[in-house]
Design a protein around this ligand. Structure first.
Ligand SMILES: Cc1cc2nc3c(=O)[nH]c(=O)nc-3n(C[C@H](O)[C@H](O)[C@H](O)COP(=O)(O)O)c2cc1C
Length: 174
């Protein structure tokens, strides 16, 4: 798929089927993410943890529901695979988030080009980051903390339209 086409076709999926992401495609997406630009080329500041374990995603969902007192919450939209993006704790709020953004978008564009749906998720981090037993299961290097996750899978049901055209303020200075 042409890159520009993928950029315009990508959109957030909030209803995933249980169909798993094939290992080969997941590998391609993980490799794409590692090609993203990282501030100062400090790639050792970053870690990707691919969660294939449905039970762990369900446990994280249940904990999120408990902590937010919202039993209907679906922070991961039942996605079969999550790629947690972690960064060094001392840059987690600034450059680390920007780094995570470039990694996430690169992986989501790769996913789109492979026909795989995705969404970037950060709201779970605020709720679950102090849940030591869950964070331990992300196998993070000692100085790293999670800042985001990309959920991957196949959309449940028919796709309801593509992304709408968006606009930001754009100015030109000549
Ligand atoms: C930094 C960031 C964090 C996000 N976190 C969440 C999230 O926690 N939950 C969610 O449903 N969507 C989340 N999104 C998805 C945005 O809501 C979505 O990208 C936006 O509405 C535009 O829609 P589109 O992705 O379909 O183009 C996040 C997006 C970004 C860029």
């Amino acid at each position: 798929m042409d890159t520009l086409f993928a950029i315009h076709a990508r959109h957030s999926c909030r209803a995933f089927s249980r169909r798993p992401v094939p290992e080969h495609e997941l590998g391609q997406i993980l490799r794409a993410g590692q090609q993203a630009p990282i501030a100062g080329a400090m790639y050792s500041n970053m870690q990707l943890t691919a969660i294939h374990d449905r039970r762990l995603i369900d446990t994280m969902t249940a904990r999120y529901q408990k902590l937010t007192a919202n039993l209907d919450a679906r922070p991961f939209y039942d996605a079969p695979t999550l790629i947690v993006i972690a960064t060094n704790s001392y840059i987690a709020g600034g450059i680390g988030l920007a780094n995570a953004g470039t990694v996430a978008q690169t992986m989501m564009l790769a996913a789109t080009s492979l026909g795989i749906s995705s969404i970037l998720l950060t709201s779970w981090v605020r709720v679950l980051r102090d849940e030591a037993d869950l964070i331990a299961q992300l196998l993070l290097e000692r100085t790293l903390v999670p800042v985001a996750a990309v959920a991957l899978g196949y959309a449940e049901g028919e796709k309801t339209g593509g992304p709408t055209a968006r606009s930001m303020t754009v100015k030109h200075v000549y």
